[in-house]
Design a protein around this ligand. Structure first.
Ligand SMILES: NC(=O)C1=CN([C@@H]2O[C@H](COP(=O)(O)OP(=O)(O)OC[C@H]3O[C@@H](n4cnc5c(N)ncnc54)[C@H](OP(=O)(O)O)[C@@H]3O)[C@@H](O)[C@H]2O)C=CC1
Ligand SMILES: O=C(O)[C@@H]1CCC=N1
Length: 272
């Protein structure tokens, strides 16, 4: 890729994407730049871990970048765009990963120049190039911008193009999604250790179980419900375990979890 990418925000999400892109070797690491608000230690760490360039002057970084990745918290978007809008110019493309924030809102902050904006929702598995990223085009982004963004995120996992109105749901499903699975893993590890397994043994078994489930979902033709039924012998151990989950309305809980997260994305978009 013959472009320079500037990350505004150098937190968890920026690091996951930077790590994935650096490992994918799609561009020289010195063509990746990152800036933040004030945490110099953090910039030094990213520079030494990934050999990228870190910059204190956000405006200078934006001026030097072709692609700007906005990776600040939603409530910092307004101040961030305000601080860089005078150096945003034709030829720039902006990709926002900020949860809930509509591209139209960012355009209005920039001052309604026709800057192409893509809204993206990756997840932290980008760090190991396994992100499920969804992207949606803002009104000034054309097919070429979408393609370029798709190519970029394809280097760190899969990329799915969605309508922007679906981004809140996507955020509750796959943006936050890894955390739900980590939470389940935490609980399984706790149960295993409470039942006498060594922590390391529990972690090894559970990690490989999750990896195997991911591979089955990816490579088998069958849906999750069928894969689950194959494990559930009548009156066997799995049925007993699943019945315990059903007794506590597991399905309703997960539906509520995803819908509440998606609703929170809408609220973030409304500035709440
Ligand atoms: N974490 C995740 O799993 C995912 C997060 N996202 C989205 O990514 C975005 C970032 O999240 P995350 O990385 O977790 O957050 P972090 O809090 O880890 O990082 C936020 C970064 O923004 C920087 N920042 C704040 N204000 C400015 C500014 N005015 N100029 C430059 N940098 C600024 C902060 O700098 P400093 O540290 O110096 O204050 C920090 O580096 C959020 O909008 C979130 O919705 C999307 C998908 C998944
Ligand atoms: O929790 C958050 O707000 C961000 C958005 C998606 C994942 N983490």
């Amino acid at each position: 890729m013959d472009k320079k990418i500037g990350f505004i925000g150098a937190g968890s999400m920026a690091e996951s994407v930077i790590s994935g892109i650096v490992n994918a070797e799609i561009l020289p690491s010195e063509h990746i730049m990152a800036t933040n608000k004030s945490n110099q230690e953090r910039l030094d760490k990213l520079e030494s871990d990934y050999r990228i360039r870190t910059v204190n002057d956000t405006k200078q970084m934006v001026a030097e970048s072709d692609i700007i990745i906005l990776a600040t918290k939603p409530h910092d978007v307004e101040a961030t765009i305000d601080s860089i809008k005078e150096v945003i110019k034709d030829g720039h493309m902006l990709i926002s990963v900020s949860a809930g924030i509509p591209t139209d809102y960012i355009s209005s902050l920039i001052g309604n120049q026709d800057i192409p904006i893509i809204r993206a929702m990756p997840n932290t598995s980008a760090a190991v190039r396994q992100s499920a990223t969804a992207i949606a085009a803002g009104k000034y982004a054309d097919e070429a911008h979408v393609k370029e963004t798709e190519n970029l995120f394809n280097t760190i996992g899969s990329t799915t193009i969605v309508k922007e109105e679906d981004m809140h749901t996507v955020t509750g499903v796959s943006g936050s999604g890894p955390a739900y699975f980590y939470y389940m893993v935490e609980a399984m590890e706790k149960a295993a250790v409470e039942s006498g397994l060594a922590e390391e043994t529990a972690r090894e078994l559970i990690t490989q179980t999750v990896v195997g489930v991911g591979a089955m979902l990816q490579y088998s033709e069958e849906p999750a419900s069928e894969l689950r039924k194959k494990i559930m012998s009548p009156n066997g151990t799995t049925q007993a375990g699943i019945e315990a989950l059903q007794h506590h309305n597991f399905e309703d809980l997960i539906i509520e979890c995803v819908k509440t997260a998606s609703q929170r994305s809408r609220e973030l978009g409304d500035g709440k």
